[in-house]
Design a protein around this ligand. Sequence first.
Ligand code: UDP
Length: 235
Amino acid sequence: MQKLDMIYEGKAKKVFQTDDPALVIVDYKDDATAFNGEKKGTISGKGVINNKLTNFLMQKLEQAGVPTHFVRELSDRETLVKSVHIVPLEVIIRNVSAGSFAKRYGVEEGIVNDSPTIEFSYKNDALGDPLINSYHAVALKLATPEEIETIKKYAFKVNDVLKAFFLECGINLIDFKLEFGKLPDGAIVLADEISPDTCRFWDSKTGEKLDKDRFRRDLGNVEDAYQEVLRRVMG
Ligand code: UDP
């Protein structure tokens, strides 16, 4: 598989064309940003950890019946994935109050939801990824009502699978963000990454944060926390 021109560079990953138009290579970086790019830094070794974790979890989800863009891990930082049109929605599932949910609604962090919530943000850096509802998403032609139903179904399935799995690893899955893509035939698949950059992980015994909040909130030991998640998940 030949790595050709870079077609996209995001905050945490680069994407390269390959000699197969249906496939692209994702290359994970150590760069970290927060607060819509206002805070910038490096988390040494993060790219390797996020690549491995994402691939492990994507395969687990495939086995559980959630279609994903994953094809094959190529190296420590590089993975071959199906080329998709990303649906410009950030899909956020919450099991426990934290982050912007706690702030927006004026509640403490750590309140357990009776059932998980779902919300959407419009992926648009210039607008700061505003919260939108599914009717707005349809009005803006970001997705069809059928695609949104499929995305919801997959997102809750991902939560069921990952929540149970992480608990076995001594980790509480507090909340997370997913992105979905569309294949040329119109099928919706899970894309992007699943990592401490995109999930909140709290140690199930001590409550210690094992995710990007350590970077966002300057809590220290950021690299150690990412390593610890990888160790607990993959041994
Ligand atoms: N999240 C993400 N990318 C974003 C926004 C949020 O991966 O651009 C993840 C975040 O890591 C957390 C969940 O989505 O696991 C919910 O984030 P929240 O809405 O609370 O926003 P934040 O507090 O991170 O601004």
